[in-house]
Design a binder for this molecule. Structure first.
Ligand SMILES: O=C(O)CCC(=O)C(=O)O
Length: 267
């Protein structure tokens, strides 16, 4: 794996802010392959939320998730002994896709408790004009679990799920009250740069108000050491695994380990 410059600082930023930007994370040999694979998916029909779990099928996405240095990056940034794959997802905001992605956290949508993270890899240049992601810095550490909700295919709020689950609270209107929060974005990402963010970090994405510039992101969702399998009815049932028990480590046949620290790495 390529050397992570300033690893200690990267780890500290991730732990403190719940998000960190990694420059030049994607090894060059994967960039073109992933762009082509993403475009092949998009040709099947343009639906913002539809492209997920491509890694289940043989091909570029599976190869990238299982055979690249992705798992090691994830484990290193999160300071974890192992990382496993939850699923992968394409977020394409084509020119003129003005819809913003609403504020949300990811954890409530996944059958998981404990540390989990997303590696969001830019495949195009990304800035506020074509759909930068925004984050409420430090929100992963608040301990607040926000009720999952359904959106339409463009990302607009539709309705809450699990309305009676007392473990989850309705999400405040971060957009209306942005001034009260430490909202940050990264002004410019190059293709191959990546954002790593905690499953509890509140985030959103701007729309693409350009008429020419694509904004393709490839997100890989990972569990890391300490994460447990905790499925909840009617939430991403396609991620439930009858072979796993509640409380099991979040790793197994359905969620393959993509990195495990070797004994000789432990100092
Ligand atoms: O890329 C986007 O438009 C949104 C990404 C996002 O919300 C996520 O990866 O959880």
């Amino acid at each position: 794996m390529r050397h992570i410059k300033d690893l200690k600082e990267v780890q500290a930023t991730y732990a403190r802010d719940g998000v960190v930007l990694l420059r030049n994370m994607l090894a060059p040999e994967w960039g073109e392959k992933l762009c082509q694979a993403v475009d092949n998916e998009i040709r099947k029909g343009e639906r913002y939320f539809a492209y997920k779990n491509m890694r289940e099928h043989p091909g570029t996405f599976q190869d990238y998730c299982l055979k690249s240095d992705l798992g090691e990056w994830v484990a290193k940034v999160t300071n974890a002994a192992w990382a496993s794959l939850i699923f992968d997802q394409i977020f394409a905001k084509e020119p003129g896709t003005r819809t913003k992605t609403g504020w949300h956290t990811d954890q409530p949508y996944w059958p998981i408790e404990g540390p989990m993270t997303t590696m969001w890899i830019a495949l195009d240049e990304v800035d506020p004009d074509n759909g930068a992601l925004e984050f409420v810095r430090g929100s992963h550490a608040w301990g607040a679990k926000y009720r999952p909700f359904k959106t339409d295919q463009k990302g607009a709020f539709s309705h809450y799920l699990e309305v009676d689950n007392p473990d989850y609270i309705d999400m405040p209107d971060f957009e209306a009250d942005r001034g009260s929060y430490d909202v940050v974005h990264f002004p410019h990402m190059n293709p191959g740069d990546a954002l790593v963010f905690d499953g509890m970090t509140v985030h959103s994405a701007m729309g693409n108000r350009t008429s020419t510039r694509r904004r393709r992101g490839y997100a890989v969702r990972c569990a890391v050491s300490g994460a447990k399998y905790v499925p909840r009815d009617s939430v991403t049932e396609w991620l439930h695994d009858p072979a796993m028990k509640v409380g099991d480590d979040f790793r197994g046949e359905k969620f393959p380990v993509i990195y495990e620290m070797k004994v000789e790495d432990v100092v």
